[in-house]
Design a protein around this ligand. Structure first.
Ligand SMILES: Cc1ncc(C[n+]2csc(CCOP(=O)(O)OP(=O)(O)O)c2C)c(N)n1
Ligand SMILES: [Mg+2]
Length: 1126
């Protein structure tokens, strides 16, 4: 209630002109109230809290408080259940109305206080008698909730609907008597002082002249209206309005087939004319006028409406072809914004021009599929039939977003309708799409390729509606549904980052989903949970669900436990707009609102296109096997295009001839493209690139050279970066004492020209940042490092949340360093970083697993994107995976990053010794699908990180990183091995005493990683340094055939052993054995030394772990171990 209204409507005025002034006053107040709704609710809330503090704790008070507490965070559904058992109570409270039950309590208090005024000879009958109301299951008897004898009719101006005002005046007066007109002040003072009925109002002197009017109204007041009943009825209407807002979508006509079995837990329907009894309202109320609460916009310019009209408008807003799910959103302004978008009368109107555009888009969408069906009737294409309005939906979103400044849209989508989206949204040349259907088309030599409905695309063009350029990319994706979601987000984030778009105003993502996949795939949830994290947010994604009510052959009853496929979006408070996809205008409208929502709030939003699938899962599939009734219905279903065309023709927006002409025009476009497609002789996958890096490659997409400069850096740089790593570069910053010691240790190392693992990483990062290479390190607890070795983010011990990232202080013009602790999701976060790495070749993007084992929950990203992405989609990616690995007695789950799996997916041939040209090392990297390394020294780790950027192309890099080596006194590198001229060592050959007389060496043990230190310690203990050489294969893949050959040739009289700490069926053995054999042309056997085969990666028993280790070390140094076994 606004102050202006309060002061204007004094008791004297109301007493005289109650009915005439009421609506005028209200309508004047309404717009103002709209703007101050939030203030009003906080005003009420503040008062409630104050009053709660004052009030004695009666049992009823306690109940009220509990209900209030349950309100804002609980789901609307659960609130509702509770309230179903509380007849005539308020609807479940929403954020802005959660004071409702408290209001009721206050009203009672108000009346109790006013009771001295009341003659009240008998209780108000209508309220004290049980009432009947009907719910779906039949009649229920309700006990009246209120028994107050609160007839205040002895005061004539309390007549009829003015009781609302009384309540508001009273609250306002309690707050501060100055809030109300003097006349109200006098009235309430007298009331509280116990002045008898009829005498409480005393006109202040200034108003004496109007006493005549008062007298006349007092005479009229014989009707003695029941104020409490009026209040109760208003509250009932308010509850009803809220019920529509919360659950109107339950009865919206969303399903074009009208067979939907969305299950709302059998909750009785609480909306609709027939259910007003649920709120204690009856048929007789329908024509009574009610004042509208500030939480609705159905009034338009009116502040009161008859109940019948209220319901009609609510039904129009919430129960037609659009179902809006939003009342679970905690933010009051956001709820209000949505209500305004859907409730305002006449808001969903389109100009004839808009309708014509929509019809044109429907024609393209529909005729495209029909064309493909005509030409290639026996080809799988996962057509869009049944959801043709997807195309105008996406185009509307893009139009609106472009208008509001978006310049780049990154999209991810599954198979269904993909070709249509490529043709009609991204605008891929039709001949390029059609030629994909030609099975005789030869593939250019650029990888193994992918099926047409997985390929990506990138295109920049003018948007006709906004007249601005928009770049659109559709990301290539595997069959694995939803796997592309985090990848799209990562790429979007990167593009935002590189163009300084901190709010997502210029770059946005759109994700499309199938109904079954959206509900079923956990990655959807994991991706939603990235949506609001500072280092991962893309400032709002628009999700569009093609909800054809089936997943392959499975219908929703068997496919999910939630009523809608979209319920997962509720966890991030994303509004969900369900829409009947057979109504293209409704679709267009919700897409418009979705785009505006994203542009306004920069938060996720979901559009659920409820549709059907006209064919089977694909065009070859028979759906009647499993969904006979659904498909009988579908067969009867007229296409959405014909329905819409009929509608717009009937409206006179277009003529039948114009429509037919437009259809023929598009058909002709398709035919001509078809003819042109015949000229395509070679299929170039590079034409389907979703993320080109034009400046990085030559014009024809090749690396600019095939060499890699030295990855070493100057002594000066090493010292400088080392000092930064050992310092706190900001003033008055108190770090933890333990960290001071660590930094001191670093300073000591620098003075000794040494690096441990963390410092080696620092050197690599610091030098690349100085060269303008952005670095992003992401993963669980990466800022400190799981093993507390990294400490890239320092925390002030005295000031909350004050942090310092010293590496951002390496050099003035450096690139920024992003290090971010991630959510606890491997699949989501690795996918995200992979997407981030796609955006630019000039960034080092690293994802670190907490322990290497956990990479398997991201297996899909590893298998489908990282290992095979380039082969399928000709796009390179330089992501780095840091996978802590090592058998250290920590049990089966914290030991192995599963090197065997990564190695098994390497594409180098184990049986062919390659030609060794001059640039073999680089060329080999270029030819491989990814690089797998296990570094044993900090220097080698430093070099391999730098090489990742200095290479003229990009490949994924898998690094098995150490745990105990992080602090191992021997695992340190001298600055000498990091200076200019030094490089990554693919193999670290034996350089000790054994190297002095190689002919005398009896055994060469090849190994990788941490076991090297155990082997050399044991060798030393046994005094066998001359007899046994130990060589480290640091780069496992691509296999360093040349260097391994040099090492085997060096020791011609030695037997060859592969030693690993992993079990025989795991680790590297199966990968290295055939390659070493090929290297030596099978001239000598390769003996295995290591743990026996096992099912689990490691024992859970420390003692067994040690025994196993000792046993295989014994074998490694037993020169007779393999005697006679060949
Ligand atoms: C992760 C994953 N599991 C299973 C499949 C096999 N599959 C392909 S389509 C499909 C049904 C998808 O249904 P929905 O998400 O509703 O999309 P629609 O095909 O109905 O458009 C399934 C199970 C897959 N592609 N990906
Ligand atoms: Mg489906």
């Amino acid at each position: 209630m606004t102050r202006s209204l309060i002061t204007r409507a004094s008791p004297s005025l109301l007493a005289g002109r109650e009915h005439t002034h009421r609506s005028q006053l209200s309508s004047r107040a309404a717009p103002h109230e709209t703007h101050s709704a939030e203030r009003a609710s906080s005003f009420l809330e503040a008062r409630r809290l104050r009053r709660a503090a004052r009030a004695p704790t009666s049992p009823r008070n306690r109940v009220v408080c509990a209900a209030e507490k349950a309100g804002p965070t609980g789901s609307a559904g659960s609130e509702e259940k509770e309230h179903l058992h509380q007849p005539r109570s308020l609807e479940g409270p929403c954020a802005e109305q959660r004071c409702s039950s408290a209001d009721m309590h206050r009203l009672r208090t108000t009346y109790a206080r006013l009771r001295p005024l009341t003659a009240a000879p008998h209780p108000a009958k209508t309220l004290s008698q049980p009432r009947l109301f009907s719910v779906e299951s039949g009649l229920r008897t309700l006990q009246p909730a209120r028994h107050l004898n609160s007839s205040v009719t002895a005061e004539p101006f309390l007549n009829g609907t003015s009781s609302n005002y009384l309540e508001e005046m009273y609250y306002a007066w309690l707050e501060d008597p100055k809030n109300v007109h003097k006349s109200w002040d006098a009235f309430f003072r007298n009331t509280n002082a116990g002045v008898p009925p009829g005498a409480a109002y005393q006109s202040p002197l200034a108003l004496q002249g109007s006493s005549l009017a008062l007298t006349s109204v007092q005479k009229l007041a014989g009707a003695k209206p029941d104020v409490e009943k009026l209040v109760a009825d208003h509250l009932a209407v308010q509850s009803l309005i809220r019920a529509y807002q919360v659950r109107g979508h339950h009865i919206a006509k969303l399903d074009p087939l009208e067979i939907s079995c969305v299950d709302f837990d059998d909750a009785p329907c609480t909306v609709g004319f027939q259910n007003v009894g649920f709120y204690g309202l009856t048929e007789s109320h329908l024509d009574k006028v009610f004042r509208l609460p500030t939480t609705t916009f159905i009034g338009g310019g009116e502040s009161s409406l008859p109940l019948r009209e209220i319901i009609r408008r609510l039904e129009a807003a919430y129960c037609q072809h659009i179902g809006v799910e939003f009342m679970f959103i905690n933010d009051v302004q956001q709820c209000k914004w949505i209500r305004q978008k859907f409730e305002t009368p006449g808001i969903m109107q389109f100009s004839p021009e808009e309708k014509r555009t929509l019809l044109g888009r429907m024609i393209r969408s529909t005729r495209f599929e029909e064309f493909l069906q005509r030409k290639w009737s026996s080809e799988k294409r996962f057509g869009l039939e049944g959801c043709e309005s997807l195309i105008p939906a996406l185009k509307t979103i893009i139009d609106l977003s472009s208008k509001s400044g978006v310049e780049s849209v990154i999209m991810g989508m599954p198979h269904r309708g993909r070709l249509n989206v490529l043709a009609n949204v991204i605008r891929k040349e039709l001949e390029q799409i059609f030629c994909q259907f030609d099975s005789k088309l030869e593939a250019a030599d650029e990888g193994s390729g992918d099926v047409k409905y997985h390929l990506g695309m990138y295109h920049r063009r003018i948007n006709r509606v906004s007249d601005k350029y928009v770049t659109m990319s559709l990301m290539a994706n595997p069959s694995h549904l939803e796997a592309v979601d985090p990848v799209v987000q990562g790429k979007t984030k990167a593009e935002q980052f590189y163009c300084g778009d901190t709010q997502g105003d210029k770059v946005m993502s759109i994700l499309l989903h199938g109904d079954a996949a959206f509900a079923g795939q956990g990655i959807v949830y994991e991706t939603f949970h990235l949506s609001n994290l500072p280092s991962y947010t893309t400032h709002g994604t628009i999700h569009v669900v093609v909800n054809n009510q089936i997943g392959f052959t499975t219908d929703p009853r068997m496919a999910r436990s939630s009523p809608y496929p979209t319920d997962v979006a509720r966890v991030v408070n994303a509004p969900i707009f369900h829409v009947n996809a057979d109504n293209p205008e409704a679709v267009m409208y919700v897409c418009k609102v979705a785009a505006e929502w994203r542009n306004t709030f920069h938060k996720d939003v979901v559009v659920d296109l409820v549709c059907y699938r006209r064919n089977g899962h694909n065009e070859m599939d028979e759906p009647m096997f499993t969904q006979p009734l659904m498909y009988k219905q579908i067969k009867k279903q007229k296409s959405v295009l014909s329905k819409y065309a009929e509608k717009v023709v009937a409206e006179g927006v277009v003529t039948t001839q114009e429509y037919e002409k437009e259809v023929a025009r598009y058909d002709k476009i398709c035919e001509e493209a078809y003819v042109r497609s015949k000229d395509e002789k070679i299929l170039h996958i590079k034409h389907w690139l979703d993320s080109p890096w034009p400046e990085f490659f030559t014009l024809d997409g090749q690396p600019k050279n095939m060499s890699c400069p030295s990855t070493g850096i100057s002594e000066e740089q090493l010292v400088h970066i080392g000092n930064v790593a050992a310092s706190v570069p900001v003033e008055d910053f108190t770090i933890h004492g333990g960290l001071s010691r660590i930094l001191k240790g670093r300073a000591n190392m620098v003075s000794q020209r040494l690096c441990d693992w963390a410092l080696g990483e620092y050197m690599a990062f610091g030098s690349l940042l100085s060269d303008g290479i952005h670095i992003r390190l992401s993963g669980q607890d990466v800022e400190r490092g799981t093993f507390s070795h990294r400490h890239h983010v320092l925390h002030d011990q005295n000031v909350d949340k004050r942090i310092c990232i010293p590496i951002n202080h390496v050099s003035p013009g450096q690139a920024p360093y992003t290090v971010c602790n991630s959510s606890l999701s491997e699949y989501g976060v690795l996918g995200f970083e992979l997407g981030f790495a796609m955006a630019s070749p000039n960034a080092l993007v690293l994802w670190e697993a907490q322990f290497g084992d956990f990479n398997n929950t991201a297996q899909c990203i590893i298998d489908q994107f990282i290992s095979s992405g380039q082969a399928k989609w000709v796009r390179q990616n330089g992501i780095v995976l840091l996978l802590p690995h090592g058998m250290e007695g920590m049990g089966p789950e914290h030991s192995s990053a599963r090197p065997e799996r990564f190695l098994q997916m390497c594409n180098d041939d184990p049986d062919v010794f390659p030609k060794i040209p001059e640039e073999f090392a680089v060329r080999q990297l270029y030819d491989c699908n990814w690089i797998v390394v296990n570094c044993s020294t900090p220097a080698n780790y430093f070099h391999v990180l730098r090489r990742q950027i200095l290479l003229p192309f990009r490949k994924p890099l898998i690094i098995f990183t150490p745990k105990s080596l992080l602090r191992h006194p021997e695992a340190k590198s001298s600055f000498d091995s990091m200076l200019p001229g030094t490089d990554f060592q693919r193999v670290i050959p034996e350089s000790g005493p054994a190297a002095q007389s190689p002919d005398k060496v009896k055994r060469v043990i090849f190994c990788t990683g941490k076991i090297y230190y155990e082997l050399t310690r044991e060798r030393k203990n046994r005094g066998m340094e001359e007899a046994i050489a130990v060589a480290r294969i640091e780069q496992l893949s691509p296999f360093p055939f040349d260097l391994v050959k040099a090492e085997t040739d060096r020791f011609p009289n030695a037997d060859l052993v592969w030693c690993q700490e992993e079990h025989k069926n795991q680790g590297y053995y199966d990968y290295v054995k055939p390659r070493i054999r090929t290297t030596i042309s099978r001239s000598r056997p390769i003996w295995y030394v290591g743990r026996d085969p096992a099912a689990a990666p490691a024992t859970g028993n420390k003692h067994t772990h040690q025994t196993e280790l000792q046993r295989f070390l014994d074998t490694a140094f037993d020169l007779e171990a393999f005697a006679g076994k060949f």
